[in-house]
Design a protein around this ligand. Structure first.
Ligand code: 13P
Ligand code: 13P
Ligand code: MG
Ligand code: MG
Length: 361
C-alpha cells in the first residue's frame, strides 16, 4: 500500500461565546463541506475542536504540503467564517490573515501539522490539540516522550527505541530549522527547548528517518505584526512498536507544566489535560487546555476517536492544574504570571506604553 498522509489543520474562525468555544453549527458546516468537497481527495476526515479552535483531521495520499488539501482546508474555514460573521461570533475569521489562498496554507494563519508514512499492520496515532497557548507548549512533553527514560521506559527496555530519536527544532523568530540527535545531544537540545517562547519542536523522527511526531509551529503574531490571539497548536504522535506506547505519550500531561497564553495571550499558566467536553476555557479565558484524541488507522480510515484525557487517571492532573491556576492568578498583573515585556510586544500593551510616554514628556 502506498504511503498515507496524516494532516491536521486548525483555525480560530470565531469564538462562541468570547474565546471560550466553537458554535456547534460551525462544526456542522465544516463536516458537510469537507464531506462534499473532499470526497475524491480525502480517504477520511474528522472535524473536532478545542476551545475556540476548529481542527480538521484528514487522511489522504497526496503527501505533505499538498496544495489541493491545503486549499480544501482553507475553503472549509472560509465557509465557516461566513456563518461566524452571520452569528457575529467573536473574532470571526480571526486566523485567516489573507484574503486569498496562495498555494500553501502555511503562513496564512491556520496551524498545520502533517506527516507521511507507510501504515504499519497496526497504526495507533494520537492527535493533541491545545487552546490558549502556543507551539512551544509541546517542547516539554515531546522531550519527555522521546528522550526521558523517567517518562518513557521503552527507551531503555525496547530494542526498537533504544537508539533514540532525532528532534527537528524551529527557531520561530529566524524561521530556521536545527536537528539534534537524542540521547547524544540532549544537553544541546535542551538549550533551545527550554526557551519555548522562541524555539518549538517541529518534528521527531526515529534514527531510520521515519516520522514519529509533527507539530504546528507558526507564530501568527509575528506574521501579522499585531496581536491576533495565540497560535493554539496541534501535534500528531505515532505510537507503539518502536514509538512511545500510548501511555508513554500521554504521561507527560499528568504534570500540568506552565505554558504561555491564557488571558489575552499574555500570561503563564498550567496546561490542563481535559476531555473534549471540558475543552471550554472560561476562567480568565483558561486555564490553557489540551485534548488528546486517539485513532487506529485502517487503510487510512480514522477508527476513533478515543478521548484519552476523559480518563479518571488525569483527575489529579486537573486538580493540580487548578491549584497552580489559583496560585498564578494570585499574582494578578505581576510577572511571572504576566509574560515578560519582550513577549508582550505583540499584544496591546505597547500602545498603552506609547500613550504614557507621550503624557510624561
Ligand atoms: P478585545 O476585548 O479588544 O477583543 O481584547 C480582548 C481579547 O479577547 C483579545 O483577543
Ligand atoms: P485565542 O487565541 O484562543 O483566540 O484566545 C485569545 C485571547 O485573547 C484569550 O483571552
Ligand atoms: Mg479566539
Ligand atoms: Mg484559540
Amino acid at each position: 500500500m502506498s504511503k498515507i498522509t496524516f494532516s491536521v489543520i486548525k483555525a480560530d474562525i470565531g469564538g462562541f461565546v468570547g474565546h471560550s468555544s466553537v458554535h456547534p453549527d460551525l462544526l456542522k458546516v465544516a463536516e458537510k463541506y469537507l464531506g462534499e468537497k473532499g470526497k475524491d481527495l480525502l480517504i477520511d476526515f474528522k472535524v473536532s475542536h478545542v476551545g475556540d479552535d476548529i481542527n480538521l483531521i484528514m487522511t489522504h495520499k497526496k503527501g505533505v504540503d499538498c496544495e489541493e488539501v491545503h486549499k480544501l482546508a482553507w475553503d472549509t474555514f472560509l465557509e465557516c467564517t461566513r456563518l461566524a460573521r452571520e452569528y457575529k461570533l467573536y473574532g470571526a475569521g480571526q486566523d485567516l490573515l489573507s484574503d486569498s489562498f496562495s498555494g500553501n496554507i502555511k503562513g496564512m494563519g491556520p496551524g498545520v501539522a502533517e506527516m507521511e508514512f507507510e501504515e504499519r499492520p497496526s497504526e495507533p496515532v494520537i492527535v493533541f490539540m491545545a487552546d490558549k497557548t502556543e507551539p512551544g507548549a509541546w517542547n516539554l512533553p515531546l522531550y519527555k516522550m522521546f528522550a526521558d527514560p523517567f517518562n518513557t521506559i521503552g527507551l531503555i527496555i525496547d530494542p526498537k527505541m533504544h537508539d533514540g530519536f532525532i528532534f527537528e527544532v524551529m527557531d520561530t523568530v529566524e524561521n530556521k530549522l536545527m536537528k539534534f540527535s537524542s540521547p547524544e545531544e540532549i544537553y544541546d537540545l535542551l538549550v533551545f527547548l527550554g526557551a519555548f517562547n522562541r524555539y518549538a519542536v517541529k518534528a521527531v523522527y526515529n534514527k531510520k528517518g521515519e516520522p514519529a511526531a509533527a507539530s504546528s509551529t507558526q507564530r501568527m503574531n509575528l506574521m501579522a505584526g499585531r496581536y491576533v490571539g495565540k497560535d493554539d497548536p496541534v501535534m500528531i504522535v505515532r505510537c507503539q512498536n518502536g514509538f512511545p506506547a500510548v501511555g508513554e505519550a500521554l504521561e507527560p500531561f499528568a504534570n500540568p507544566h506552565l505554558v504561555s497564553g491564557w488571558m489575552r495571550g499574555s500570561h503563564f499558566g498550567p496546561l490542563m489535560p481535559v476531555s473534549l467536553q471540558d475543552a471550554t476555557p472560561t476562567r480568565f479565558d483558561g486555564p490553557p487546555r489540551v485534548v488528546a484524541l486517539g485513532f487506529q488507522l485502517s487503510n487510512g480510515k480514522l477508527i476513533g476517536p478515543q478521548d484519552f484525557f476523559a480518563d479518571k487517571g488525569f483527575d489529579r492532573a486537573r486538580q493540580k492544574a487548578l491549584e497552580i491556576a489559583d496560585y498564578m492568578r494570585s499574582h494578578g498583573p505581576f510577572e511571572p504570571h504576566r509574560l515578560p515585556l519582550d513577549e508582550m510586544e505583540y499584544t496591546t500593551l505597547p500602545r498603552v506604553m506609547e500613550k504614557l510616554s507621550q503624557k510624561n514628556l
